[in-house]
Design a protein around this ligand. Structure first.
Ligand code: NAI
Ligand code: 2PC
Length: 312
């Protein structure tokens, strides 16, 4: 190894990565990605290795932002754990490389990056696709992603009510006692979703949890879970009624059960909305199907590394 890479821990990443930086940098990266210009962005579909024996998967997600000279790869493991398991559902590491020499410059925690960058991308979709005068936010699920989504969405928008549903009510109550603002804990998905303007699904469900009949016309749904071709969070009615946006068309057609099994037509990538080549139909019911992309991790890792360097 030419030089020993820098090691950046989970706590350091937490302190160094700011939502405000993420949002502006991710918007640029998503817009570039959707132009499909190999002189700007190279990001193959991620490799997913099943770990059947343990009910889990290993994802390997390389990406190269050519003009910015950012080369990185994330390794992320994710598992469908039993309730009460001591092991986390997701763990990730990001390697940042020097694209010219090929050596690894930094090895950093990728779990916090995954939590924050996913929530930041959801916030970008909310910025473009939420209905006018959005007042009620609903979050389905109470894990790590629920928390990062709560953090950024309450920072960026002024919702009057935030509702939370979780399979186990005590988990939802624990969540509401952890966060700063008021949260309405709901006892059913229907109660949480009805009348909401923005709905975030951040569950490990394999079957639909959210039904179209509960969704207010014009609402914006951000579907973050269900990242396997046979997993669902949203039902067919919702997928077929809504205008569907995705982070990557290739990923959606190979990894998203909500898209593949419903037969829904993908209208646009979020990057196409940002770069102005497709409209944001915020007057219609919209779904943003998020799967996560290597460029999001690469951009985040560079932000972390630059901040880290500036403090040395
Ligand atoms: N789109 C993206 O870029 C990313 C998506 N994800 C996905 O987001 C989802 C949430 O991730 P984390 O918050 O890290 O996981 P977590 O394990 O911390 O939380 C999962 C939540 O889902 C709930 N849940 C589990 N099984 C369920 C079921 N059958 N029905 C309803 N709720 C159920 C749990 O009670 C918990 O509230 C996962 O599906 C994960 O794979 C995670 C990282 C990035
Ligand atoms: O983008 C990502 O890191 C992931 N998406 C689904 C599970 C992990």
């Amino acid at each position: 190894m030419a030089e020993i890479p820098v090691l950046i821990s989970r706590d350091e990443v937490k302190g160094l990565l700011k939502y405000s930086d993420l949002v502006s940098h991710l918007e640029v990266a998503l817009a570039k990605f959707s132009k499909r210009n190999a002189e700007e962005v190279i990001q193959p579909l991620r490799t997913i290795l099943p770990l059947e024996r343990y009910n889990g998967f290993l994802g390997v997600m390389p990406a190269y932002m050519v003009q910015e000279n950012i080369l990185a790869t994330k390794m992320v493991s994710f598992y469908q754990r039993d309730e009460g398991s001591d092991f986390p559902a997701h763990q990730a590491t990001v390697l940042l490389l020097d694209p010219q020499r090929g050596n690894v410059t930094a090895v950093m925690d990728g779990t916090v990056i995954t939590e924050k960058r996913t929530a930041a991308v959801s916030a970008i979709s909310t910025k473009f696709l939420r209905p006018p005068h959005a007042e009620v936010l609903c979050i389905l699920g109470s894990g790590s992603q629920a928390l990062s989504h709560y953090e950024i969405l309450t920072q960026m928008f002024s919702f009057k009510e935030i509702r939370l549903w979780s399979r186990r009510k005590e988990k939802a109550k624990m969540f509401s006692s952890k966060v700063k603002g008021p949260v309405t804990v709901c006892s059913s998905v229907k109660n949480a979703a009805e009348g909401a303007d923005v709905i975030i699904t951040v569950t490990m469900a394999k079957e639909p949890v959210l039904q179209g009949q509960w969704v207010k016309p014009g609402a914006h749904i951000v579907a973050v879970g269900a990242c396997r071709p046979d997993w669902r969070e949203l039902d067919d009615d919702l997928m077929r009624e809504a205008v569907v946006y995705v982070d990557s068309r290739e990923a959606a057609s190979s990894e998203s059960g909500d898209v593949i099994l419903s037969g829904a037509v993908v209208f646009a990538e979020l990057g196409e909305v940002i770069n102005g080549s497709k409209p944001a139909h915020s007057e219609r019911t919209t779904v943003f199907k998020s799967l996560g992309m290597g460029i999001q991790d690469a951009v985040s890792a560079k932000l972390v590394f630059d901040q880290w360097k500036s403090q040395q």
